[in-house]
Each structure stands twice: as C-alpha cells, then as structure tokens.
Design a binder for this molecule. Structure first.
Ligand code: CAA
Length: 384
C-alpha cells in the first residue's frame, strides 16, 4: 500500500523583521546575516500566539470534514504545558471527532519526522483513516545572542493517508541517536541554549554518517535522487551538509542538487527557523519554487539536536500540484507586515502570565490565546 503526504499546509505569523535592520541594530555587518547565515526576514509571533494557535492555523488550511482523521500528532519543542498535549487543544479548535488519538512528540527538530513515521504505521493498520501530523514551533534564543539571527516561528501541517497525492514514503530510511549536548532548553527557560559551532558540526556529521549508511543499506547512490532536502535552521546550514558531497560526485550532479536546494530554501529565508517544521517547509518551498518532476525521488534529512537524525526517501506524486494549496501558502508569506527592531524587542519581552487576557481587536489571525485563567490556557477561534 502506498502511504504518504496527501495534503500539506503552512502558517507563519503576520509580523516580521528585516534581517539587515537586525544586523544594523546589533552592529554586525549585514552580509554576515544575509550571506554568512543566509536569512532575509524573521517571523515574529504575537503575544496571543504559540504552538497551539499556529498548529491550528496550518491544519485549518488543509483539513475537511470527510478526512476521517484517526490520529493527531504535534511535534514541537515549544510546548505550552508539561502535561497536556498541544494536540488535545486542536481537537476542540478544529472541530475534530472525539474518536481520535491525540498526543505530542518531542525530540527537538526531529519531532515531526517521528510523527510522520508513526502516522505511516497507523495508516498501514487503518487504511481507511488518515493521520494529521503537525510541526509547530517558536525558535527563541534571545536578544543579542549568536542564535538571534536564526530565530523564527511557524507550523507545517501534513495529512497522511493511503494513495497520497503529494509525496509517497518509500520505506527506505536510516536513523541514529547519540546523546549529544549541542542544543537544549531546560523547562525553566523560554530561550534555547546552544553550542552553536558544535551543533553545526554534529549536524554535518550525522548527515555524513547517515548518507553512508543509506547507500550501504539500500545499494543506492546520489544518482538515484534528483533532490536532497534538509532541516534548515538557517539557509546556509543544509548547504554545509550538501557540500560534503561536492568532491565525491559528478559536478553536474552537484549543480543539480545545489539548484534544487536553492529552491527549497526560498521560503525558509523569509521566515527563519521553524525547528521541527523547517524540513517540511523546505519540501513546500521546493514543490512551489522548484521544478519537480512527476515521480521524482527525493531524499530528506531530518535532524533534531540532542540528537536524532533520519535520512529517508520519498517520491513526488504525479498529481501533487492539484493537492498543494500553493496560492494559500504564498498568501501566508505575502500578507505580512514588517515591524521595527524596537517593536520586535517589545513583543519578545512579553510573557503572558496567569490573569492574562487578549484584546480581541488586536488579533490578526483565526486562532488565538483568549486568556490564562487559573494558570490554564484557553484558546478561541475568531467568530466571523
Ligand atoms: N560576510 C559574509 N559572511 C560572513 C561575514 C561577512 N561579513 N562575517 C561572517 N560571515 C560568515 C562566517 O564566515 C560564517 O560562515 P561559515 O559558517 O560558512 O563558516 C557565517 O557567516 C557565520 O559566522 P560565525 O560562525 O562567526 O557566526 P556566529 O558565531 O555568530 O554563529 C551560529 C553562527 C553558530 C549558526 C549561531 O547563529 C547559532 O548558534 N545558531 C543557533 C544554533 C543552530 O542553528 N545550529 C544549527 C545546527 S543545530 C540544528 O539544526 C537544530 C536547530 O534547529 C537549532
């Protein structure tokens, strides 16, 4: 049975900062941020937004009443509660039936890939049902930290089913886990701790080791793929991994992979790091901005600090354009407003506590945090 992504949706907040302005505010040469790191804009979530509201926005773009969803998984490292899963809020906000399994997965930026693999197994056992897997995160390092330029926010929602219309999973996958201290966020902290340069190194080492393992396991080479997609914490990062192949493969092949990589990072450049959604935004970006061929075989590299990596192959389905909500996705990116660095710093400092309530007239989105009452977060969908 063919199983994979039938639909895919995307959301990022409606406010952003310009990376050149950020560089100037931090007394950094703008080329470092735009070329050295490879970012142009960075999404800034509003006070009423979090992993729940963004997940709801992305899922709302693709689901319908007839989907027969039996499983909802949210992969996130910016959860709102130590106990209650983001996915349980969604059942209510998205009017999903109660006969679903709903829970959350955490392993840094690997969470959504873990969710997809579980969803694949679920559909194999329940071919008449679909699974909704959502990656939703706010990447926060802090004002004036080395990681600040690699922040971002957003969500990618994927509907997994049999006979998928967008991407078929090939069941060719290799994975590995090592206890590594490259990046972490303790429960007391709203911002991440990173050994930045070390994290770059571990990311590249994971890719190299997995690529070797993949080739040995499946007796395939780079010529079996037209495209490699990467987890993109900032757009230069995937290129560091891809470049490890440069002197080992035909130059024309490397050029082809580099060209496709450029198409895959166009959107990430505009929003920043989505953590667990970044790889899947690269997929969306490639499908919309690249020139993918029917039945093109692609390789996806998922990396979650801590660390877990997975390299797996998938095939683009002939009818992918019909099921891809390209116009809605493009609108998410074009329908945004630039804010100043000062405004961003003010928003960043906000920290809604017990007793907080949102002024509904300030809400620009469909889903929002309504209030925090008795330390419980209560969400709402905008009434039209
Ligand atoms: N013009 C052009 N390029 C310039 C430049 C200029 N004026 N000045 C510097 N650069 C280049 C540097 O040469 C460097 O390029 P290379 O990486 O190719 O060597 C690049 O800009 C960055 O410069 P630095 O290494 O000096 O930058 P930094 O010390 O400020 O840190 C960072 C960069 C480590 C990525 C930091 O932003 C960070 O810690 N980010 C968060 C951690 C992260 O994203 N890690 C990625 C792997 S882990 C992961 O993937 C999980 C996840 O999502 C977090």
């Amino acid at each position: 049975m063919d199983i994979g992504i039938d639909k895919i949706g995307f959301y990022t907040p409606k406010k952003y900062i310009d990376i050149v302005e950020l560089a100037k505010a931090r007394n950094v040469d703008p080329d470092k941020f735009t070329i050295g790191i490879g970012q142009s804009k960075q999404s800034v979530p509003m006070e009423y937004q979090d992993s729940v509201t963004m997940a709801a926005e992305a899922a709302n773009q693709i689901i319908s009443k007839d989907d027969n969803i039996g499983l909802v998984i949210v992969g996130t490292e910016s959860s709102v509660d130590e106990s209650k899963a983001v996915a349980t809020f969604l059942v209510d906000l998205l009017n999903l039936p109660e006969d679903v399994r709903a829970f959350e997965i955490k392993e840094a930026c690997y969470g959504a890939t873990a969710g997809l693999k579980m969803a694949e197994g679920f559909v194999a056992l329940n071919p008449d049902k679909k699974a909704l897997v959502i990656a939703s995160d706010i990447a926060r390092y802090g004002i004036n930290t080395p990681g600040e330029v690699t922040q971002g926010a957003g969500a990618v929602a994927m509907l997994i089913g049999k006979d998928p219309k967008i991407l078929k999973f090939n069941h060719e996958e290799v994975y590995m886990t090592k206890n590594v201290g490259d990046f972490w966020r303790p429960t007391f902290s709203k911002t991440a701790f990173a050994r930045g340069k070390f994290s770059n190194q571990v990311y590249v080492e994971f890719f190299s080791e997995l690529w070797q393992k993949y080739q040995n396991t499946f007796d395939q080479t780079v010529d079996d793929f037209q495209t490699m997609l990467f987890h993109v914490p900032y757009t230069k990062m995937g290129m560091k991994a891809l470049k490890t192949l440069k002197d080992k493969i035909d130059p024309d092949k490397f050029d082809e992979l580099s060209k496709h990589y450029q198409a895959s990072i166009e959107m990430g450049r505009e929003v920043g790091n989505l953590y667990t959604g970044s790889l899947y935004l690269a997929l969306i970006s490639y499908l919309i901005n690249g020139d993918p061929k029917d039945n093109e075989k692609i390789l996806l590299f998922s990396y979650g600090s801590g660390a877990v990596g997975e390299l797996y192959s998938a095939t683009i389905q002939p009818e992918f354009k019909k099921n891809l909500v390209s116009e809605e996705i493009k609108e998410v990116l074009s329908n945004r407003e630039k804010i100043s660095i000062k405004e961003y710093e003010n928003i960043f400092a906000e920290d809604p506590q017990n007793g907080y309530s949102t002024n509904v007239s300030d809400v620009l989105d469909e889903f929002y945090l309504r209030e925090i009452k008795e330390s419980e977060r209560l969400y709402k969908k905008m009434e039209h």
